[in-house]
Design a protein around this ligand. Structure first.
Ligand SMILES: [Zn+2]
Length: 540
């Protein structure tokens, strides 16, 4: 049954009847074996590609490989310059030897150690003059009007630097809290309150990476899109991340203990808010350079005379974090799972139409983005300047580090409850005998942490699918260990264990979800009660 072309009438029939996914899934033969997927990952995560840093020769080689594979698969170029969509960046690097941070209390200055205590966040265009301002602890630092939640209420924050714990109280729905914790959204309400700087303390209950590893690469350059239209943090003069293990230093003059705060934060309880009774004095020396990179875009045309002008996007980032501080003597952060795995899945799914053609009503757009690791920048650029008409994009399925490291029995769906794309994902997965679950770890903010989020911000329903686990199962530990040891470390390479059957099944489900979305009569819709629906209304 594999190479069969569906006449349009049958496609329409499949699309309109309820058990669509079931029928199609039964008709599918196994299109993927995992082996060719892993071969792509091996190329992309090879040491020769040096971790695919944005702007590097390694990423250029990876993208040339992607273009070569797309050409062989017969996918059509859909960028600006062939398959490519050039994107310009500014890169910022902190010069720590010329920078300093200190706490000032009753005239006494206590210098802080860059690295052990804190580090500058160069994602922000930091002021280069000396900054001195009082510190105020304001809980999670969030203002969420939808839930009448306001950590800033009643505090005098004018000219102050705000200290906050990452996270949110449990009464705030996951996606909403993730949204308000983006730097841009958080800064909007802080700026309105007159704040000039921020010190974020990672929540010890939800840190993916231990501080020792975070601080190891703190001087690695950050990037932002060069075009000022994308600057979301103007007015923010100083931004620091503070080691939770040293955070008592910030609270010493406040009559409170950080331990008490962390304890409440662990259970997502509401936090007290109070002036810290000390000031911060800081000076940041930053070196800026220009960087050029590109997104890579290909299309598979649909056949329906009207719907072919609409697009279902399948996206994945190609970049990773490059060469960094050595761990066990290895300096190359290969990024096999993050996100060689997703890039390879897109290549495999694109190529599957070459070997197993299947007519689709809407067109499919394969979007390989750059600079995800720099703050979702390539997708931010694409979503603002798409290479097809903005309103023609009906959905985004994003693949990022889907982690086929255990058998695929349960599929984690980010955005499950937000749109009917989530229902469709459930239906398709179930047809393959796979259960779905919403994010079991809301504190990790996964919904805003990959490229689907930029599509969401432009009103486009999106989901991200990952291999999941049941809370409390033995698999949970496998995932936890993976994050602690391999996530953004040189050991995310091709020497790690992988479940090829899980990868193959994941690809099959994703392909089927693409087909099902592309063939449906109606484009995906936000749920009436979804917070993110507002962006669709705003885009009209
Ligand atoms: Zn990553």
């Amino acid at each position: 049954m594999s190479k069969k072309l569906f006449p349009l009438a049958i496609i329409a029939l499949l699309a309109s009847s309820a058990p669509t996914a079931q029928i199609s899934a039964q008709q599918q033969t196994k299109l993927f074996d995992g082996d060719s997927w892993w071969a792509h990952v091996k190329f992309l995560a090879d040491d020769r590609l040096e971790g695919r840093e944005t702007g590097s020769e390694g990423l250029r080689k990876a993208e040339a490989y992607v273009v070569d594979q797309l050409t062989k698969a017969g996918a059509q170029p859909a960028g600006v310059n062939g398959y490519y969509q050039p994107v310009k960046f500014v890169s910022r690097e902190i010069v720590e030897k010329d920078s300093s941070v200190a706490l000032v209390h009753e005239g006494k200055t206590e210098p802080l150690a860059l690295g052990d205590d804190t580090y500058f966040n160069t994602r922000v265009d930091l002021a280069t003059e000396e900054i001195a301002a009082p510190l105020v602890f304001c809980g999670y630092g969030l203002k969420i009007p939808e839930n009448n939640f306001d950590d800033l209420a009643g505090l005098d924050l004018h000219g102050k630097i705000v200290v906050y714990l990452a996270g949110s109280p449990s009464q705030i729905p996951t996606a909403l809290s993730a949204h308000y914790q983006t730097l841009g959204e958080r800064w909007k309400s802080l700026r309105e309150a007159g704040v000039i700087g921020i010190i974020g303390i990672p929540n010890p209950a939800s840190m993916d990476i231990p501080w020792s590893r975070i601080s190891l690469n703190r001087t690695h350059p950050s990037m932002d899109l060069a075009d000022p239209e994308f600057n979301e943090t103007s007015g923010l003069q100083v931004a620091l991340t503070f080691n939770p293990a040293q955070a008592e230093k910030l609270f010493a003059a406040s009559g409170h203990k950080f331990a008490e705060i962390a304890d409440l934060g662990k259970d997502r309880k509401e936090l007290p808010r109070f002036p810290l009774g000390i000031s911060l004095k800081s000076h940041a020396a930053v070196k800026s350079t220009s960087v050029e990179s590109a997104n890579v875009i290909a299309k598979l045309p649909g056949v329906d005379p009207a719907l072919k002008n609409e697009y279902v996007v399948l996206s994945a980032h190609v970049d990773h974090v490059g060469i960094g501080a050595p761990i066990n003597g290895d300096r190359i952060y290969n990024g096999a799972m993050d996100n060689g795995s997703g890039t390879a899945a897109l290549l495999e799914i694109a190529a599957s139409w070459h070997t197993h053609p299947e007519q689709i009503r809407r067109s499919i757009l394969f979007v390989f983005v750059t600079a995800e690791e720099k703050g979702l920048l390539g997708s931010k650029y694409f979503a603002a300047h798409p290479t097809v008409p903005a309103k023609s994009i009906v959905a985004d399925l994003n693949i990022d580090m889907f982690l086929p490291i255990v058998p695929l029995k349960v599929l984690k769906v980010q955005g499950l409850a937000e749109s009917d794309l989530g229902d469709r994902a459930r239906e398709v997965a179930q047809a393959f005998g796979v259960r779905v679950q919403p994010d079991p770890e809301p504190l990790r903010n996964a919904f805003i942490r990959s490229d689907q989020y930029n599509f969401v911000r432009h009103g486009i329903p999106a989901v991200k699918l990952d291999v999941g686990f049941d809370p409390g199962s033995p698999e949970q530990k496998i995932f936890k260990d993976w994050l602690t040891n391999r996530y953004h470390a040189p050991s995310d390479d091709t020497a790690q264990p992988v479940d090829l059957a899980a990868a193959a099944l994941y690809e099959q489900i994703t392909r089927q979800l693409l087909i099902s979305t592309a063939n449906a009569d109606a484009r995906p819709q936000w749920k009436p009660d979804s917070f993110f629906r507002r962006y669709a209304t705003a885009a009209d």
